[in-house]
Structure formats: structure tokens, C-alpha cells
Design a binder for this molecule. Structure first.
Ligand code: FES
Ligand code: FE2
Length: 417
């Protein structure tokens, strides 16, 4: 975030504190239809149109350091392999042998200079997926190896985070995440390392999980400590970004900023947390607020100067979601040897906050399936949720969605471009 952006966001937080209603002309949102969370029809539309054309996080570049290093990735409906080629570039292929469909690799990670299917040893080149050899090839009548390449899918990197996209004509990853890549450059993502990954299966629709991280309206109600909230949601500013992405910056509450020796929420200081390796280039506003980004469709990151998690939401079925949260930080220890106590304490505290968010999710899904739930009214402060739903519809194709399941496109004039 450059100084101009920090100044603008601070002005926006002042504005949010001072207003007595949403800005003049801000649209009234109709209720979000509950069928978007419960119907087979909407689930099928998402599977067909949304997950087939979005960029999703699949791994970290440093985990594939050498030519031939590979990982498998199973969270985008169809099995995928990501492998570093001989030229050191990354490739992604469907993990689907073109003979009879066995997985080409069965291990979840490894190193292989040739992708040799473990069933009958059809072998594919790691750089372009071409079919290199077929045992007993004389027994196939009319087999053209050129027609039997391992199908590739898009694979691009941003600061060592690897993303994949099944849509060959998708815009680039950089374009997809838009200004977030530049704004997050101060976190020096390529130098960070994975500290730990945790997961939880939650019995609700994936959008219920994502929405819990797109607003702070709930924060003081379910995350307070000893009756005190750490944040003041009334000053939160929401940046609605292209492609359903977003930014949220929330001022500290009086108890939080006073504890840091600040005289007001915007009296930002270069706060460094003792014991943790600091990312020196992170600006002081981030150090003295809660700042978070959302990358559509399923990634939220509450950023911080001493490392931060990527939280991702993976649909399993229409009422089951796996939530992963993986912490990245500039660490000077090897997590394989165990975590130092200050890191373990931090992860335990974060897991507790996540549990507070999870408590509502299963009951909410049951309510969404109940005739008692007629629709979801969304307020101005929750507008990132509306922005997210608009993008869901754009990905599916608005005309593909029955009218009673759509959300109208209302926020175009409020997108930062
Ligand atoms: S299924 Fe892969 S070689 Fe037969
Ligand atoms: Fe929360």
C-alpha cells in the first residue's frame, strides 16, 4: 500500500465513523435468495460455470524447487498435477492418463523427470505433456500419440503462491487479483514460508463460510474478550475491487489502540511484535488496524507484519465445506522440527477465533433450509458480501440463473478501478 492509499483509506475510515446512514444514493439490497445456498440447481451452476473458470490457490512455489518436483491438487473438482519443468517453469496437467484414466501419479508429492502412469506406464513429458512412450504400442491400431497428450491447465504464480484455472481463455492471474498484487507487495510474499496448515470440515454451503470473513459487523458480538472488542467495526472501510475481490480495513477499538500507546485509532505506530520476525516494509496503518483482502472466489487473508494466514473455502457438496487456513511468515526455524512456543500460541489463538466463526455455520445452513428463512437482508456494512454474490452470478452467467436465484448487479459504480 503506497502512502496515498494509506491516506485515502484513513480518510474513508473517518468518513465511516462520522456518517449517520449509508451514503446518499447507495442502493437498497433486495434479500439474497436462500436457494443460492441450498438448491441443487445453484450448486450445479457453480460447478459447471464458476469453479471451471476461477483462479484458485494450489500451492507454494518453494515446495516445487527442482525440475521434476510435483504436487497433486484435488480441490478443483478434477484431479490435477503441478510440476516444475526442466526449464524451471511450472506446469499443471490433469492427473488423468489418456489410456484408461488411471491417475498418472498416485503420490501427493515427489520428483519425477517423466510422468509415467503407474498402471501400464504410458509416459508423458513434464514440459509439454506429450505422450513419449507406450508399452506394446504395436497392439494399438491407429493410435496417434499426438492426440493423447496429457491435457494441460493454466498455472500462474504471484509471489510464490501458485494458482490454477481450468479455463484456457481466463484472464491472467495478475489481472484477476488486480490491485491486490501491488498493494500486497510490501509483504514480500516470495520470501515467506509456510508455518502451518490447519483445516476444518464445516456442514454448510461454501458461501456461508466465505461470507463470515467478508464483514466485521459480527466482530464485537462473537469475538469479544472480557466484554471488550479489539476492533471498532463502525469505522471499517470496504474496498470493492474488480472481479469480486475486495479489501477491508477496520480500526482498532479504544482498548486495543490504547494498549499500543496510541492516542487515537489513526495514531499509527511502527508496532513490532516481540519474538516474531518482522516484515520491515509493512506500513504502519496495517500494523495498527485489522486489514484483510478477499480474492474471489475462495481466499481471504487478514494480513499482518509478522506473517498471516490465507483462509480458503473448498466446497465438498452443497452443504459441506472444508476450510483451510495456512500461515505464511518470514520464519527462521524449520516447522518440520516443531513450532516455537510463541508461534504455537499464536496458532492456538487464531484457531479459537476460527472456532467462534464456525459455531454459527452448521445451524445457519439448517436455517437456510427451513421455511422460516425467507431471504437474507444485507446492510451497507456487509457490502463486500453483495460484491461477492454479484461476481458469483457474473461467473455463472446471469442469463443462466433462474430469476428467483439471481442477485441484481447494483455495485458497479462503487468498484475501485
Ligand atoms: S491407464 Fe495409464 S497407462 Fe493405462
Ligand atoms: Fe469472525
Amino acid at each position: 500500500m503506497n502512502p496515498e492509499l494509506v491516506a485515502r483509506l484513513t480518510r474513508e475510515m473517518h468518513y465511516e465513523f462520522g456518517r449517520t446512514a449509508p451514503p446518499d444514493g447507495f442502493p437498497a439490497f433486495p434479500d439474497i435468495p436462500v436457494g443460492r445456498f441450498t438448491s441443487d440447481e445453484f450448486w450445479d451452476l457453480e460447478q459447471k460455470h464458476l469453479w471451471s473458470s476461477c483462479w484458485v490457490l494450489a500451492g507454494r512455489s518453494e515446495d516445487l524447487a527442482e525440475p521434476g518436483d510435483f504436487i497433486t491438487f484435488d480441490d478443483l473438482v478434477h484431479p490435477i498435477i503441478i510440476i516444475r519443468g526442466r526449464d524451471r517453469g511450472l506446469r499443471a496437467y490433469y492427473n488423468t492418463c489418456q489410456h484408461r484414466g488411471a491417475p498418472v501419479v498416485r503420490e501427493t508429492s515427489g520428483n519425477s523427470k517423466l510422468l509415467r502412469c503407474q498402471y501400464h506406464s504410458w509416459s508423458y513429458d513434464i514440459d509439454d505433456g506429450h505422450l513419449v512412450s507406450v508399452p506394446d504400442e504395436r497392439d494399438f491400431v491407429g493410435l496417434d500419440r499426438a492426440d493423447r497428450c496429457l491435457p494441460a491447465i493454466r498455472c500462474e504464480e504471484w509471489d510464490n503462491w501458485i494458482f490454477v484455472n481450468r479455463d484456457p481463455s481466463a484472464m491472467s492471474l495478475r489481472e484477476w487479483i488486480g490491485p491486490i498484487a501491488d498493494e500486497m507487495s510490501e509483504f514480500q510474499g516470495a520470501t515467506l514460508r509456510t508455518v502451518a496448515r490447519q483445516s476444518e470440515i464445516v456442514p454448510c454451503n461454501w458461501k456461508v463460510t466465505a461470507e463470515a470473513f467478508l464483514e466485521v459487523y459480527h466482530f464485537r458480538h462473537i469475538h469479544s474478550r472480557n466484554g471488550e472488542s479489539l476492533l471498532d467495526n463502525r469505522g471499517a472501510t470496504m474496498g470493492l475491487l474488480p472481479n469480486g475481490c475486495s479489501r477491508m480495513v477496520t480500526p482498532f477499538s479504544k482498548s486495543s489502540y490504547s494498549a499500543l500507546g496510541m492516542t487515537n485509532w489513526d495514531d499509527y505506530k511502527h508496532v513490532v511484535i516481540p519474538g516474531f520476525t518482522d516484515i520491515e516494509s509493512v506500513n504502519d496503518m496495517v500494523r495498527c488496524t485489522s486489514s484483510a483482502y478477499g480474492i474471489f472466489p475462495n481466499l481471504i487473508t487478514p494480513v499482518a507484519a509478522y506473517g498471516f494466514p490465507f483462509i480458503t473455502f473448498w466446497p465438498i457438496d452443497k452443504r459441506t465445506t472444508r476450510i483451510d487456513w495456512t500461515h505464511y511468515a518470514p520464519i527462521d526455524f524449520d516447522p518440520k522440527d516443531g513450532l516455537p512456543p510463541h508461534w504455537q500460541a499464536r496458532l492456538d489463538n487464531f484457531a479459537l477465533i476460527m472456532q467462534e466463526d464456525f459455531w454459527n455455520m452448521a445451524p445457519m445452513q439448517r436455517s437456510l433450509e427451513s421455511p422460516a428463512m425467507r431471504g437474507m437482508p444485507i446492510n451497507y456494512q456487509e457490502r463486500r458480501i453483495w460484491n461477492f454474490h454479484e461476481q458469483v452470478d457474473r461467473m455463472i452467467g446471469i442469463d443462466n440463473i433462474p430469476e428467483n436465484l439471481r442477485v441484481p448487479q447494483l455495485l458497479d459504480a462503487y468498484i475501485e478501478r
